[in-house]
Design a binder for this molecule. Structure first.
Ligand SMILES: [Ca+2]
Length: 342
């Protein structure tokens, strides 16, 4: 082939291709989107690009995602000429800091941060409003929730305003029982902390008041007899069958007297294999002397329960042990309202 013929062949090829010769497939990525660009470690991040076939024929192309220079994922696309498709990847950052992203020549970054959102705390059980003194053992329960800590990764701190000085240590405990609270007003506070140390700033609270009920409404000179039940609360030593008996003298408050029956009836109750002693129903008589002024009068009397019997009590000396085997103390409380007229 001489030089003239070669030039002619090249010119013919150009002419042919300009009339109908198609180029091969060619792909171009655009519109790199990272959502979100700031995420908590181990949260899912979506990375997407639009891929367009800018070539002349259909073809396939592998889109490669690199994070910090390392290939993390790839996806194959098949596109006709002139067509586009979105390609998405989901990744998590397992280290704090800035991470580089590269997809088909496009580059950007995202930030992996610590969890900065505090948890929520909710009280699920516990008293509210006014409570009778007879039900003065109260239990609170609570739960917490967080955007990144699991329930068993949360810690809690609580306190009972009116009883405790302030918040205690953070622990995994999710309930608290306060036995035999005295009369008064209380507010229970509890707050959760997530594993990153974020503390719920809006603590959960519940307020309640424990009030002693009025047992009697009497006029001066009146007398009335009733019975009072005590909760089971004194554990009897194992294998003991001692019978208890006590004589209780009258006790007084501002002139009002209360006489407990000569023999206090004891009973036993079995709880989970343990024997508990309790005063089942104690008969008592309240006397209001003539000339007693109107008002609310509280009568309180504490006596001991001793093993072996033979103990005695007097109104000015609450309990006198006959031996060293004091099993427990029982408080007898009454609130008497004296009216001046009806
Ligand atoms: Ca959190």
């Amino acid at each position: 082939m001489n030089q003239t013929t070669l030039y002619l062949a090249i010119a013919m090829a150009f002419l042919f291709c300009s009339l109908g010769c198609k180029s091969g497939p060619s792909f171009q990525a655009s519109n790199l989107i990272i959502e979100p660009t700031e995420a908590v470690v181990y949260d899912s991040i979506r990375i997407s690009v639009d891929v367009t076939n800018i070539g002349g024929t259909a073809g396939k192309h592998v889109v490669i995602l690199q994070i910090d220079g390392v290939e993390k994922a790839s996806k194959e696309v098949a596109l006709d000429p002139g067509m586009s498709t979105a390609v998405s990847f989901f990744v998590v950052a397992d280290e704090l800091g800035t991470h580089s992203v590269r997809v088909d020549g496009l580059a950007s970054t995202f930030q992996a941060t610590n969890d900065r959102t505090p948890p929520d705390t909710t009280i699920t059980a516990g008293p509210e409003g006014e409570i009778n003194l007879d039900a003065n053992t109260v239990t609170f329960r609570w739960v917490g929730s967080d955007d990144h800590s699991l329930p068993d990764e949360l810690a809690y701190s609580y306190y009972l305003e009116g009883r405790d000085d302030g918040y205690g240590e953070f622990t995994s405990v999710t309930s608290k029982t306060y036995p035999q609270l005295p009369e008064g007003s209380y507010t229970f506070h509890v707050r959760a902390k997530d594993k990153e140390g974020n503390i719920d700033p809006s603590t959960a609270e519940r307020s309640f008041t424990i009030a002693m009920p009025v047992d009697f409404v009497l006029m001066p000179g009146e007398e009335r007899t009733s019975v009072k039940s005590f909760p089971v609360d004194i554990l009897l030593p194992s294998n003991r069958t001692t019978i208890f008996s006590y004589t209780v003298a009258p006790f007084f408050a501002s002139g009002i007297s209360c006489i407990i029956g000569d023999k206090i009836p004891f009973e036993y109750t079995e709880i989970n294999g343990e024997r508990h002693v309790n005063l089942a129903r104690v008969p008592y008589t309240v006397r209001v002397p003539r000339g007693q002024g109107a008002g609310i009068y509280d009568l309180r009397y504490t006596f001991g329960i001793f093993e072996g019997g033979g103990g005695r009590t007097t109104w000015d000396n609450p309990y006198v042990p006959s031996s060293s085997s004091l099993l427990g103390l029982v408080e007898f409380r009454l609130r008497v309202k004296v009216e001046s007229s009806r």
